[in-house]
Design a protein. Structure first.
Length: 151
């Protein structure tokens, strides 16, 4: 279910994959493949400046129009024995788009899982200021047209 098959982590040698499962009502079809959004950590030569797998997947989801409340679950996988929960930055980023009761499923290299709710992963968090089902994806309708150039 997660994206550890994508080569990632060339500098840290720490591979992380993330898959978001959308609620059926949020997907374009009811097919499972259309309900999954995948991401992997992306690193570059200016290491440690990179992007975590969770934020890659969530950013992709937001650009595709996913709104607060559309996410059914998030899975995170690593190739280490310990369960690896999202970092603090990712936890708050997730909180902006995920409901408190949404499960966060952590996978280790042995195929074992540990599941926590968003509230357990980030207790006493700052809630999202977005109303339910409001998209934050850019929309041309929200941008006023540029006035015509005068001659």
């Amino acid at each position: 279910m997660t994206m550890l098959t994508i080569p990632s982590g060339p500098y840290s040698q720490f591979r992380v994959g993330c898959t978001i499962l959308l609620k059926s009502s949020a997907a374009s079809t009811t097919a499972w493949k259309d309900r999954l959004i995948k991401g992997a950590n992306v690193e570059n030569a200016s290491y440690p400046v990179g992007t975590c797998a969770e934020r890659v997947a969530l950013g992709t989801a937001v650009v595709q129009g996913v709104k607060y409340g559309d996410i059914k679950a998030i899975a995170v996988a690593t190739d280490i024995k310990e369960f690896c929960s999202p970092c603090g930055m990712c936890r708050q980023f997730m909180r902006e788009f995920c409901e408190q009761e949404m499960p966060v499923v952590m996978h280790n290299c042995d195929g074992e899982t540990k599941t926590m709710t968003m509230a357990e992963v980030l207790p006493s968090s700052t809630p999202s200021i977005l109303p339910a089902n409001q998209s934050v994806a850019p929309s041309l309708e929200l941008w006023p047209e540029c006035p015509p150039k005068s001659r």
